[in-house]
Ligand binder design. Sequence first.
Ligand code: SF4
Ligand code: SF4
Length: 126
Amino acid sequence: MTIYDPTDGSIDPRPRCKGDCCRGFSLEHPLSIVQAEWRKEQIDSSYKSFILDLSTINEMLIPLGVFQSQELFTCKHLHKNGDCGIYEARPKMCRDFPGPNPCAYRNCASHGPQPIWKKAWNWLRD
Ligand code: SF4
Ligand code: SF4
């Protein structure tokens, strides 16, 4: 039985993850490529970049620096409680994280905001 609850919420007594994977992440392509692709799209409206959701990704990035030869970023849409400020419109790379299977941790912030009724329901259910 999967632990993942797709409709958000949790009864897990452990604290909810604050979205650690959004606090520091790398990209599939270097920032210079992302920005170059974004400029191409601005100049030529018929140009379609190979980078999915390019516009969203380009504007959300906050560079943190280079660590162990890898560019790291955080995201301007990450709220302090771990919620994603553009949850419904987040780019595919975020929807797909951490891989083909959703994170199994009940309190994963990527499952979306957790209303109180949902927490109560989960508490009763478990
Ligand atoms: S768009 Fe949302 S899910 Fe993606 S990195 Fe930013 S806060 Fe995280
Ligand atoms: S996948 Fe979920 S539990 Fe893991 S770090 Fe990201 S938000 Fe937290």
